[in-house]
Design a binder for this molecule. Sequence first.
Ligand SMILES: [Fe+2]
Length: 198
Amino acid sequence: MSEQLAIEQLDITDWVKNLAAIPDRSFTLETVQDYILHHAIRPESLEKYLFFSKGSYTRNLIFKNGMFECMAICWEVGQFSRIHNHRDQNCWMSAPIGRLKVQNFRVEQHDATKSTCDLTPTDIYEMDARHPAYVNPLEPVHQVLNLPEFKQRAVSIHVYSKPFDMCEVYYRDKGTYADVPLHYTSEYGKLHPDEKLL
Ligand SMILES: [Fe+2]
């Protein structure tokens, strides 16, 4: 991202309200990416949505409508996602707090009859408050990592359009993949009653 870019800082409520005002037909990869590039989120406005757990990163729903969902993912130092896809949906990400590494993968082979796959690591990049990102629809399999050497917690904001509640998770060591249901740790600032934060 260019250093000259004019970036407006917004509270998360206004940031999401602007996204929700984009007409469905205009909710494209380019339009939303342009919005995210020009509008940063004030970290302090995220406070009520942030739940950290030593057990795993947490998924915290901020907003959802028929077109998209927006969530805050909270990463303790050293936590990382599994390698996953996005169900052919668009995904934009930014990291208002901390830094995150994103590793993309190319699917070389994918056999639905045996649930086997073969992945090759491709691009690797870093996200922080000034460097948002989007998932390349042509290479949508990736892993997000808060590396131990970053030595700080991170919070990333994810916009998924349209919302999805299952994804494929890839196990490179076994050469297999599986459908995995997704759940929210908290919704609209309220911790899920069954959730035990460690
Ligand atoms: Fe992802």
